[in-house]
Design a protein around this ligand. Structure first.
Ligand SMILES: *Cc1c(COP(=O)(O)O)cnc(C)c1O
Length: 812
């Protein structure tokens, strides 16, 4: 597929789209209409590219990869697609001839927030990696009408506004009503035996129609195009007959149920709530997707025997784990398979990634709830449970252990156990996390089936996070080592030969400074905030969660502020701390931490005694687009979760590839970042995961730190007394009484790492060298590498053979 379009062709296409689709002329069209016209042109190109890519995949019988995930945090698409298709320059020129700036059109696009944080962004980065390397892949998710809420701080308190993204986002999606499927809820099951033949009938169910919308994600140079299929829930028009049958209320109830399923993304990250609507969403995604996958397979094959050979289904976290019983349902009830054959096929096809070991995030569903909403699925889970017990008893496993491993226990379905039992591969997302899975969360399973467990460290779409969001750095790298790193991020290691080249190091410093200025101007323009690009930019951006310890960062800033007031003439390196974080709307403690940071910012930024040296910025509504401006400007990357709590982290990788130095604990992928860059090029602090375990075993008492450490006591007392007229007793008490994530235990070690950072920063040459070594080592954390790991070790798939790609000339 060749996507080249001349400036002339583009101009023609834009003129056409504006007049035919929007009925406006070049002169009268608004920027919004220009944006949509351009997006439609790009989408049509990708549709053709996808069709051709798909044909090649079918012809070569290349294994299909299906990635099921409740979240895809895509952010904006236009720039990414123009970049990947090599159309950005010509598009810019064509538009400028119409007097339109491409960058203004980028700003027309809403940030597609169909995800909460790292997990959803990972899924989006993987679609990029899959496409670029030519794997025939589809993502499946839901077409939420409202994405993750927009955050607005009112007097420091987070409030949530609905994110109605469709007006600007819908141009990327194409409805495919012909591929709609029905999803059944509620009702009851009737079982019959006729002549040995067991039949199961689901009666009096509610039908919801799942209508697919297709969205393309281009790979670099359009080698492959991934398809993200998102389902919209609609009323089943047929059921409107119920009106006539006197079932007026039932018909009405079904309608409201259908409409609400894909209304809104649940805004909880690393937290499971057990709400019926969430369960309904999960099954809706899974049932529609499994039916679609099987329909696609049966299009070319007479049965499902070869499914594991030709199809890999990946479950991103436990949210889509009902795919396992749903596949069983289709195979048993609709395709005539017996249990053993069906179970073998399901297990061989499905793989599962775990994303957290924190108990509050481990999903369980009340059996009653599952039984009521999904009666047939519940029967199947019960049967999986029964057979699991039989098998384990036969193997001689003791009952206590079986009870811990079983998918059903104490009236709850445990999704992680079901995932492990029903799949052939279980992986964590960093080396440390995968070890914890084996030693702790899934230890019992690991002992039974060690070969099932593996690791795939997360990765990021480096073309988005480096090439597109940091064009200056990307330009310098290209000048130094050529363009190979764009396709193969490991090539970034060629930069190592410049680690002692002062002219390169100085240019690196200049680029960082320009990115800091770009951020400063953006803040000035959009929020009237003034920050000093000559100060150190220290950034912590991620979801607000106690385990991520934003409060430890804030408490340390408070201690620094108190110290600077006492030592006004001290030599102090000016510093700007940036925070960006959304809290789950019902997570009260997290919201209080945001309020604490805001009050602290308010105090420090308005205190004439310090505000030329210290500044604190809380960026409202942190999202992918914000990340793309903040991260290239960062010098210190705060990755300070308590060791053993962050499964991997991916923002740590984004910072690294943009030349920021990690200041962090040995947690998640920080461990591997440390391994890559060595002691000299990372600022480590705090307990290790095993030290944390040890302290917990011997009984952790935060009060001791409060009593014996004057700096901690003073900062906490200030918090308790209140800042800017707001009291923070709750945070104070939670820390001195419990301190679940041991911020006080790591506090002084954290402060010492901060001091080391400042000392190193004074030697700019040394700092720039650290920065370069981080960029050079970031190849290991590319999504491309993660995808190769998944394909090689888990999916056993390969890319569509490139020599079989037809080179077709593009025409509009
Ligand atoms: C990368 C990313 C995340 C994940 O950040 P972590 O620090 O790894 O938790 C969350 N939100 C957005 C918008 C991101 O781009």
């Amino acid at each position: 597929m060749n996507y080249s379009l001349s400036v002339l062709q583009i101009k023609e296409a834009i003129r056409d789209k504006l007049s035919h689709t929007f009925g406006v002329s070049l002169q009268n069209a608004t920027n919004e209409e220009y944006y949509k016209a351009v997006a439609l042109i790009v989408r049509e190109l990708m549709a053709k590219g996808r069709a051709e890519f798909q044909q090649n995949a079918v012809r070569t019988e290349t294994k299909r990869i299906y990635y099921l995930c409740m979240e895809f945090l895509l952010g904006r698409s236009l720039k990414n697609n123009l970049y990947n298709l090599g159309l950005e320059d010509n598009m810019r020129e064509a538009l400028s001839e119409f007097g339109i700036k491409l960058d203004h059109l980028y700003d027309q696009e809403p940030d597609a927030g169909l995800g909460n944080g790292g997990l959803g962004r990972l899924a989006a980065c993987f679609l990029d990696g899959l496409a670029t390397q030519g794997y025939p892949a589809m993502g499946y998710s839901l077409r939420y009408e409202y994405g993750l809420f927009k955050q607005k701080l009112v007097d420091g308190w987070q409030t949530e506004l609905p994110d109605f993204w469709l007006p600007g986002g819908a141009v990327w999606m194409q409805a495919v009503p012909d591929n709609s499927v029905e999803v059944h809820f509620d009702g009851h099951i009737e079982e019959k035996w006729n002549d040995q033949y067991h039949s199961v009938k689901h009666k009096d169910y509610t039908t919801v129609t799942a209508v697919p919308y297709d969205l393309y994600v281009s790979g670099k140079d359009g080698r492959g195009i991934s398809l993200l299929r998102v389902w919209k829930a609609e009323n089943n028009a047929f059921d409107m007959n119920l009106f006539g049958g006197g079932n007026y209320m039932r018909a009405m109830e079904q309608q409201t149920m259908a409409e609400v399923i894909t209304k809104v993304l649940y805004p909880e990250d690393d937290h499971a709530e057990g709400k019926l609507l969430r369960l309904t969403q999960q099954y809706f995604l899974v049932s529609a997707s499994v039916q679609d996958i099987i329909r696609r397979h049966l299009f070319a094959h007479s049965n499902l025997d070869d499914l594991p050979k030709l199809v890999a289904i990946h479950l991103n976290d436990t949210h889509p784990v009902l795919a396992i019983p749903e596949m069983m349902r289709v195979m048993l009830d609709e395709c005539g398979y017996d249990w053993e054959s069906a179970w073998g096929i399901v297990k061989e096809t499905v793989a599962y990634t775990n994303h957290t070991v924190m108990s509050e995030a481990l999903e369980t569903w009340k059996c009653d709830l599952v039984k009521m909403r999904l009666p047939r699925i519940y029967q199947i889970i019960e049967e999986i449970n029964r057979r699991f017990w039989e098998e384990m008893k036969y193997k001689g496993v003791d009952y206590g252990k079986i009870a811990r491993m079983a998918p059903i226990s104490d009236g709850f379905v445990r999704m992680a156990n079901l995932a492990v039992i029903g799949s052939h591969s279980v992986n964590g997302v960093s080396a440390l996390h995968s070890d914890i899975l084996k030693e702790d969360l899934f230890h019992d399973f690991y002992v039974e089936e060690p070969a099932k467990f593996t690791n795939v460290t997360n990765g990021i779409a480096h073309r988005r996070w480096l090439c597109q969001s940091n064009p200056k750095l990307s330009g310098l790298i290209t000048e130094l080592i050529g363009t190979d790193y764009i396709y193969d991020a490991d090539k970034l290691s060629d930069l190592l030969k410049y680690q002692d080249d002062s002219s390169v190091l100085e240019r690196l410093e200049r680029i960082k400074h320009e990115n800091k200025e770009r951020l400063a101007e953006h803040l000035k323009r959009t929020q009237g905030l003034v920050v000093d690009p000559d100060s150190i930019f220290d950034v912590q951006v991620k979801r607000l969660h106690e385990y991520k310890r934003q409060h430890m960062n804030a408490l340390s800033i408070l201690a620094t502020y108190q110290w600077l007031l006492d030592n006004p003439n001290a030599d102090f390196a000016p510093r700007t701390w940036f925070f960006g974080a959304k809290a789950a709307p019902g997570y009260y403690f997290a919201k209080q931490i945001i309020q604490f940071i805001s009050a602290l910012a308010d105090t420090i930024n308005n205190d004439q005694r310090v505000n030329s040296k210290m500044k604190v910025v809380f960026v409202e509504n942190y999202c992918v687009t914000w990340a793309e401006t903040l991260i290239p400007a960062a010098e210190i990357s705060e990755q300070i979760s308590l060791a053993g709590t962050e499964a991997s982290g991916t923002s740590n990788m984004k910072f690294m590839i943009n030349g920021a130095v990690t200041l962090g604990t040995l947690d998640g992928a920080n461990v591997e970042i440390h391994e890559t860059v060595g002691d000299e090029n990372i600022l480590l602090f705090g307990m290790t995961a095993s030290q944390v375990e040890e302290v917990k075993r011997s009984g952790y008492n935060p009060m001791q730190h409060y009593q014996h450490d004057q700096q901690i006591r003073r900062a906490l007392d200030a918090l308790n007394q209140g800042i800017k007229g707001k009291n923070f007793h709750d945070i104070y008490r939670a820390i001195i009484q419990q301190d679940r994530y041991m911020a006080l235990a790591d506090f002084q070690s954290y402060r010492a790492a901060q001091d080391r950072a400042v000392a190193l920063y004074h030697d700019k040459r040394l700092w720039n060298r650290m920065s370069l070594i981080n960029i050079a080592g970031a190849g290991r954390f590319a999504a491309d590498r993660a995808i190769r790991d998944y394909a090689g070790n888990i999916w056993h798939g390969s890319p569509v053979p490139p020599e079989k790609n037809l080179a077709a000339k593009m025409s509009l």
